[in-house]
Structure formats: C-alpha cells, structure tokens
Design a protein around this ligand. Structure first.
Ligand code: ZN
Length: 428
C-alpha cells in the first residue's frame, strides 16, 4: 500500500516534467515512462545532500560552484547554464544542493525548491536544446523553476516545472521599447555620439534644494533625487544647490574648448588638451549627456573638493545609494575613472545596483567588469528586496533572443551597459 502511494506521489511530482538536458539517470524515466532526473543522495548526519557530481551526471553538464554569486555553473558545447536557489529554507554550496528537514523515520521525504535557471546557447540555433521547458526556440532563457524532489533510500527523483507566468521575449526588435539607460557606462573610452539625447527628460525641480539655473534631467533620476533630498531634509541636512544636470553635447563641447583656450595661455596646445580632459570631460564622454548625472553642492561650499567634508557632502556619500545614486568619482578610483575626485557628482544607476556598488566599493567601470566576470550576481538588499543581475552580451540577443519567464510579481528591466552588452535586472 505504502509503495503504491509513493509511486503515485512521484508520478504526480514529475508528470509536467519536460527536461531535455540529456543523460538522465536510469530511474524515474525508464521505470515510469517519463523523463526525469534520478540522483544518488548523501546523508551528512543531519541533512540530505545532492552532490554537485550527481547533478552534473544527471543533467549531463559539468557543474562547478561559484562562491561569489552562489551559483552552480556549467558550460558545454557553447551552452551555459546557471542554477541558483531562490529559497532560504535550503542551500546550494560547493557540496551541492543541501535539503534541510530530512526525517529519517519517514519512508520518503519530499521537498519543493524554487530555482532560477539561466540558459544561454552561443552556437547555431539548431543545436540549442534548452533545458528549460518551453524555451527550446530561443538562444537563451531565464526562468523560475519549481523543483519537486522526492528522496527515498538514498535516491532522489527530481522533477522541474516552470512557475514563471509572464513570458517575455527579449530580442533586437523588442529591445528598443524596453531598454533603459540607467547603467550606461560613459567615460574616456566609451563615448556617446554627438546625437545622443536621453528619452525622458524633465525639469530639475527638487522640493528641498535650489537650482542654479533651469536644467533638465532624466525623469526617473528626478523622482529619486527628490526623494533623496527629502530624506536628507528629514535628517536635518539642508541647503543643497544643484548646479548641473543634463548637458547636451554642444554645451560640453563649449565648456571643453573654453578650458583648453584658458590653459593654452600657460602651456602648449597638446598639454592644454591633456590637462583640460582631466577636469572637463571631452565632448561625448561626459555623464551629463546621459541625463542621469547631477552636480550637487551646498549653498556655502561649491563644487570643490572640500564639499566632500561638509555635512551635505558626507550625507550624500553615506546615503545616496539608498535612492539609486552613486558618488561617481571617488578619490581611490581616479586611476580607473581617469576623473579627479568629485564628491559633488552623483550618478543615477538605479536601486540595487547603487547598493551593490557601495557595498563592494566598486566604481561603475569595476561594476561592469564584475558583472561580466560573474555573469549573474545575486544580492539581498537592506530593504528586503532581492536582486538578480545578469550581464547579457549583445551577441546573445542577436539570434532568436532571450526568453524571460518570471512570476508576475517579479520586476525586471534591461539597461544599456557598455559597448559589449546589456544588463538584465530582476527584482523579487
Ligand atoms: Zn558632474
């Protein structure tokens, strides 16, 4: 009687299972006529462990654990697969999947585990067999998957079922309607062209700061700036002055040429160009052209180095990340940014990203490099939200695109990043 019950349980768990990764074990699929994963499990005296080697064998991919981002990662024949556990009840580490709450007295134990699976194929489309059910047609997929795991006598049966309900296809066509620019990297090496004009400009009109003159800014950055200055005001930090925000290419051109002229009086032209570029960005290389950068100082201390030591400057340094801004040009990053310490220049990058950059002490150039190296990064924010940030190479969207299959309550966005790619942000 017990045996039949277990059998029915396992069938129920695995009926919708549709994995096509290949190399499945000889258990569930052969015995019951459906495809599933069968793995050997270990018991560590307290919990049950599905070793990395067993997951690798069952899915026919060679997984390794990435400690920095908490992922299992495998690459094979131009395909890559990231697996990330989205539960805190269980754990994924270098040993494998550790399932808590194993009861030795039960004839079998069942677990439900929520996973994020991110899959990318780099080769031709016909060789791409997606291990994520329903996404066989695309070059890549990011899906939330529910794994039902039944453990009995040291054997585990895993079935996967997508739980994503909002399916979006991100490809070259759809990208232009959804693309944000929050993470756009602009510096001496990566210039904007002279015709780049931000999409959503609005007036700079914060309730809690004065503005030096009329200027424009990205509308999302404006909303966050307002929120941030309100928070500063509540904390007793007042007297901010906004001196610059969106600056069109022509304006930057004018400022730069002026600086070169001025410096040319005391040095030769090439030295003047070099010196000018250290203090005024070469046209096209200024973040102000993105509409996401703001120069903000206090009524009593202008945009000078000393602003960093004022209460207003210190408050920005300590708190701007809570509102999606970063102090863009730090003293200890001048070798990378090639820009002097500018405690007044803040840049909107968006919630989550600002917090990661602050926590890890990364400037935007380093953050981009960090994302590229880790491919997917997960982050638990102080306010309780959780972020998954994935670097998408431009080439990965050139074929049939990326399927994004997430539950309705998961927020997501795609931003331009550097010349090689985009950044997908998932918030849940
Ligand atoms: Zn600035």
């Amino acid at each position: 009687m017990k045996k039949i019950y277990i059998l029915i349980m396992i069938i129920c768990f695995t009926l919708s299972f549709n994995i096509t990764a290949g190399g499945q074990g000889s258990g569930a699929d052969k015995d019951f006529g459906f495809i599933g994963l069968t793995v050997s499990t270990e018991y560590d005296g307290e919990n049950v462990v599905i070793p990395v080697s067993e997951l690798s064998r069952a899915m026919n991919m060679d997984f390794s654990y990435n400690d920095a981002s908490g992922f299992l990662f495998a690459e094979k024949d131009g395909r890559s697969l990231h697996l990330k556990l989205l539960e805190e009840q269980h754990m994924l580490d270098e040993r494998g999947l550790i399932l808590y709450g194993y009861d030795l007295d039960k004839p079998y134990n069942s677990f439900n585990v929520k996973l994020l699976m991110s899959y990318t194929a780099k080769n031709s489309h016909d060789s791409a067999i997606s291990p994520i059910p329903g996404h066989e047609e695309t070059d890549g997929a990011v899906a939330i998957t529910n794994a039902s795991i039944v453990i009995k006598d040291g054997e585990g049966f895993i079935s996967l079922q997508k739980t994503g309900t909002s399916l979006n296809l991100i490809n070259k066509e759809s990208l232009k309607d959804i693309l944000s620019s929050n993470l756009i990297l602009v510096n001496g090496e990566q210039a904007l062209d002279s015709g780049y004009i931000p999409q959503r400009l609005t007036d700079v009109a914060p309730a809690r700061a004065r503005t030096a003159f009329r200027m424009k800014i990205d509308s999302q950055a404006m909303a966050s700036l307002d929120e941030m200055l309100e928070a500063a005001y509540s904390a007793g930090i007042k007297g901010y002055l906004v001196t610059s925000a969106y600056r069109p290419f022509e304006k930057q051109n004018y400022l730069f040429n002026n600086k070169v002229e001025l410096l040319s009086k005391s040095m030769d032209r090439s030295a003047a160009l070099e010196a000018a570029s250290r203090v005024v960005a070469i046209p096209g290389t200024s973040e102000h052209q993105t509409g996401l950068a703001v120069d903000i100082c206090s009524e009593s201390v202008s945009i000078v180095r000393a602003f960093g030591s004022t209460p207003q400057g210190k408050w920005l340094e300590d708190n701007s990340w809570k509102h999606g801004f970063v102090v863009r040009y730090h003293q200890d990053k001048t070798d990378i940014t090639r820009i002097i310490y500018e405690p007044w220049h803040i840049r909107y990058v968006g919630m989550g990203h600002a917090e990661i950059m602050k926590e890890k002490n990364l400037c935007l150039e380093e953050y981009m490099q960090y994302l590229k190296e880790n491919k997917i990064v997960s982050f638990n924010a102080e306010d309780g939200s959780r972020y998954m940030v994935q670097y998408l190479e431009k080439s990965s969207l050139e074929g049939t695109g990326l399927a994004l299959d997430l539950p309705d309550d998961y927020g997501w966005s795609v931003s331009t990043a550097d010349e090689d790619g985009y950044v997908l942000t998932i918030c849940y």
